[in-house]
Write a new protein. Structure first.
Length: 149
């Protein structure tokens, strides 16, 4: 599937559509993604700021998708763990960006060359329009080369 097609599909995916999560960019080379979330009545918490679950959900699939598309079908790539730290109240439009570089991919391939599993942490800041970090989301991926590949 092409990146642009998946971007449109994700924007129509019920968990994203219902919470107001919008994928604004997914690079053709699967190395960069940008997602935003606008504050709406249905994604506010009791104090009128972004619901933490929506902030976490806006980052959920992207590290796995980017790594999976870049290492190829010879690897298992799964989300293993995740956490979120809240730094400031989220109001208005917030966004998260994901950048996957050659050094990270080279390290993943080196760590899994002998078939061993590799657990890799990625951290993504969620920022508001002024650039203030609202939350930091950490995701851990499990990556392993498939047997016989």
């Amino acid at each position: 599937m092409r990146a642009g097609v998946l971007r449109h599909a994700l924007n129509l995916w019920p968990p994203f559509l219902a919470t107001g999560i919008h994928v604004t960019h997914l690079a053709d080379d699967w190395r960069h993604a940008r997602v935003e979330l606008r504050l709406r009545p249905w994604n506010r918490n009791a104090v009128g700021t972004h619901f933490g679950g929506s902030l976490f959900a806006m980052t959920d699939p992207f590290w796995m998708l980017l790594v999976m598309r870049n290492v190829g079908r010879d690897y298992f790539v799964w989300d293993r763990s995740g956490s979120i730290d809240f730094d400031a109240p989220g109001r208005g439009v917030v966004q998260a960006e994901f950048h996957l570089d050659d050094a990270t991919l080279d390290d993943i391939r080196a760590q899994t060359a002998d078939g061993a599993k590799h657990l890799r942490w990625f951290e993504t800041p969620v920022v508001d329009a002024s650039g203030t970090t609202v939350a930091r989301v950490r995701k851990q991926l499990y990556v392993r080369r498939k047997p016989g590949r």
